[in-house]
Design a protein around this ligand. Sequence first.
Ligand code: FES
Length: 369
Amino acid sequence: MGDEQWLDIGDAGQLAQQPLQQVMIGKTKAALSYANGQFGVINGSCNHVGGPLGLGTLEGDYVTCPWHHWKFHRITGEGEPGYEADRVPRYECKVEGGRLLVRDAPASTRNRLPHAKHPLDRDLKRAPGPLRVWGLSTTIMDDAHPRYSTSEALLQSALEHAGAKHALEFRMTKLRALDFRACEGYYSKSAYACTWPCSISQVHHHDGMNEVYENLVFWADVILVATPIRWGVASSLYFKMAERLNTVQNQITLRNRVMLKDKVAGFIITGGQDNIQAVAGQMLQFFGELGLQFPQFPYIAHSRGWTAEDMERNVEIVQHSRQLHDGARALLDRCVDLAARLAVGAAPPFERAGRKAAGVERRGPPASG
Ligand code: FES
């Protein structure tokens, strides 16, 4: 190799000011580090899903990826102890005449060790069998001292109806029973940092949201979501869950992969005071973005109104309201009816989500070299 293959990266003194930075070697992003009087240069694209290593942090001799914190030795490019063979390419470098020079071709190759697949990382194919109904209760209570939940009671009526009238398999998830982490904002780093399966589930294998993903993405054909109204919006647990569903919506943005197809959602919304239409509007918007479909009249709701503060009376009304429980059953009927039509191919084969009129941006994952 001749000297012409050394590229001038810049003033060595200035480059030494930062422990880690991203530089370009031709068209390739690299992570340039400086510690203990020595430069190190490795490829800047992480082995995981292409995170920008040069924008990460330096921990000892390891470059930590800013996306999900995989580590690579800053000089050899090898993974952390135990994962050495999971490596990114390294580059030779030297200082001459106060300039940092880097070879324009890597001195080692990239190698990805096989990693065990997450259980959610599988084919989206629906398991055969009759329609399946999943109820999701998002209300919060102390189950050691349970109270009557109007939204959950109506959901229960709808689910029992799925079994009694339609002979369908059904199940209920009480969101409060799941121990799950809040979204940690991977999408805010980069759309590509928000992965499927969810980055949090990949790190915390037993995260409670896995039950939601399993039922929503793989198991259910009909999804009934029940929420109380709290301060004019759905329950806080509902929103905590919704943020974690970014992983589903983001697949549409990144890969044109609509994960929820031919699935139908309906909503049960109850509150002591009003704002039903705003809550329903938000839920319809959100689940519509995920790709769910809705029957005619996709929600039922109940509230006592602004001036009614006698909540014990509210409980009594819902407990004994034939109309409301029949309404929940009728909502289930409408959802099942639509799901049955979709199951026999009535749904048009949409190519992509229509959320953004400009279409899905196809810029592909970050390049790796
Ligand atoms: S850890 Fe680097 S992209 Fe995920």
